[in-house]
Ligand binder design. Structure first.
Ligand code: ATP
Length: 246
């Protein structure tokens, strides 16, 4: 499956022991666009992304990639590159060794190792042990791993964690270029400063429900800043501020 692959989520729900983590969540992440999935801590972002990737079983609804459930994709790692947790590589392994193993597991060509290292700026660190990597470098290694299959879709959960300001700008530029060729990017964050630049579309989630979805341009046209929208449309964030004021 190549460029032009959308993510479509409809009526997704998940309850954990009486806690409604995700309730009737629906949105579309379109090809050629970077979609930000924004919500306060505990809003249900990771649970939604895990259901999209078949890692958590949903109670209801559907999450489709190019019209197909993740678990039914013929070439999952060649279709979707995902980073949900920071690189789980063994600390004594070199980055090259880790990427080569993942290449073998995903059935990708080993030449991809050098290419993804170049794309993510870790070429000079390929022969270092992962245990010596900083958090930011491990984030880059995770992204490199996700890119091994040259996927049409990228799904990233809080990808800026551990990146320094230059790294954040680099990531933003990288994702923009990735999407510009007709690929799809969905990235989550609980920090609006991370998403106010560099995303085209936004899905706001609060307490398991989508409270707003649309383009960043639509918000601006309504005369709203992303900060205003985030505070008005996420009650958890608003009550945090009330708490801090009190
Ligand atoms: N495996 C689980 N068992 C029980 N409760 C869970 C589980 N996973 C998530 N939850 C609960 O579901 C809700 C949503 O959690 P989730 O991790 O999806 O939020 P999030 O938006 O990703 O938060 P954060 O920004 O803090 O990562 C929270 O109340 C969380 O405690």
């Amino acid at each position: 499956m190549r460029n032009g692959t959308a993510i479509e989520v409809t009526g997704l729900a998940k309850c954990f022991g009486g806690v409604d983590a995700v309730r009737d969540v629906g949105f579309v992440a379109r090809p050629g666009r970077v979609t930000g999935f924004l919500g306060p801590n505990g809003a249900g972002k990771s649970t939604t992304l895990r259901m999209l990737l078949g890692l958590t079983r949903s109670d209801a609804g559907a999450a489709l990639i190019g019209g197909i459930r993740y678990r039914d994709l013929a070439d999952p790692t060649g279709t979707v590159g995902a980073v949900l947790d920071i690189a789980a590589a063994h600390p004594t392994m070199t980055a090259r060794g880790h990427l080569r193993s993942c290449c073998a597991l995903g059935g990708h060509r080993t030449e991809r190792v050098a290419r993804v290292a170049e794309l993510t700026g870790i070429s000079e660190y390929l022969d270092r042990r992962v245990g010596t990597f900083s958090t930011g470098m491990r984030q880059r290694l995770s992204l490199a791993t996700a890119l091994l299959g040259d996927p049409a879709v990228l799904v990233l959960d809080e990808p800026s964690n551990g990146l320094d300001p230059a790294g954040i700008v680099w990531l933003r530029t990288f994702l923009r270029e990735f999407a510009s060729g007709g690929r799809t990017v969905l990235l989550s964050s609980h920090l609006l400063t991370e998403l106010q630049h560099g995303v085209d579309d936004l899905v706001l989630i609060d307490r398991g429900r989508v409270t707003w979805a649309g383009s960043l341009a639509e918000l601006t046209e309504r005369g709203m800043s992303l900060e205003q929208a985030f505070l008005e449309l996420t009650s958890a964030a608003a009550s945090d501020i009330e708490g801090a004021r009190a």
